[in-house]
Ligand binder design. Sequence first.
Ligand code: ZN
Length: 265
Amino acid sequence: MFRRITRNGISIITVPELESSFGIRVIFTNRLGGFSKGPYESLNLSFNVGDDYESVLANRMKVAREIEIPLSNWVTMKQIHSNHVIVIKEEDKGRGGIDYNSALPSCDALVSSIPGVACAALVADCVPVVIACPSGHAVAVAHAGWRGALLKVCVETSKELEEDCGLPSSEFLAFVGPHVCANCFEVGEEIAEKFLREYPHAVRRKEFGIKIDLGMVIREQLEECGIPAEMIFEIDDCTMCDSRYYSFRRLKGITGRQACFVAIL
Ligand SMILES: [Zn+2]
C-alpha cells in the first residue's frame, strides 16, 4: 500500500494506488533533506517550534515542489491537542502556508473537498491520521497525541467527513502515519489510568513502567466509527526508535516537526 520515495534528498512515504485510482495524494515526510540546523536538522516544517523562519520557509518550498502543491494551496493548523475539526472553505487556501499566524486556529483536524489543496498536520511522536472518501471526493487529516486520542479526535473527524461528503464511513479508507510505538511510549500512572478505563488492552505494564499502544487506540476508534478494519493501513515506523524522524520525547521537547499531507488533486 505504501511506497517510500527518496528524491532530491527528501524521503517521503506515499500511497500510489490511492493517487492513481482516485486522485487523492497522501504524503508523510521525515526529517531528512532540509535546511534547518541544530536540534531542528533538517526538514523541519513547523514555524512554531523555535527554528529560524527562513530555514522553515526553504524547507516548505522544497517539500511543496516535491509534492507538487504550492504553499499558496497549503492549509495548516494551530494544533492544540483537541478534538476540534474544521471543514475548510475555498477562502482558507494558503492559510498557514508561509507563516504560523494565518494557520487555522484551535483545531487538530481538517476536512476538505476542495481540489488542489494540501491539508497538513505537523507531528513529532503524535499520530498523524488521514481519512479519505474516494467516492465522495473528500479527505481529512488529524493530529492525535495521547490527549487527542482520549478526546477521540479521529472519531470526530470521521463524523465531519461523513457529513461533508454525504457518504457513510464504511466507504472510507484510513492511513495511520509514523508515530511513537508501543515499546517507546512510556507514561505515568495518571495517563495510564485514563487509558485503562476505555482501552485496557492498549496499556501494557512492564517491569520498568507503563507503555501505551497509541496506534492500537486510534485503529480501534477508526473501526468503532465504522471504517472497515481492512481499509485501515498503518505505517510501522516509530518516530522515537527511528532517527530519520523528529521525536518530541527522544529529543526532549526541542525539535522540529514532520508533516502528513492529504490533497484531492
Ligand atoms: Zn519505538
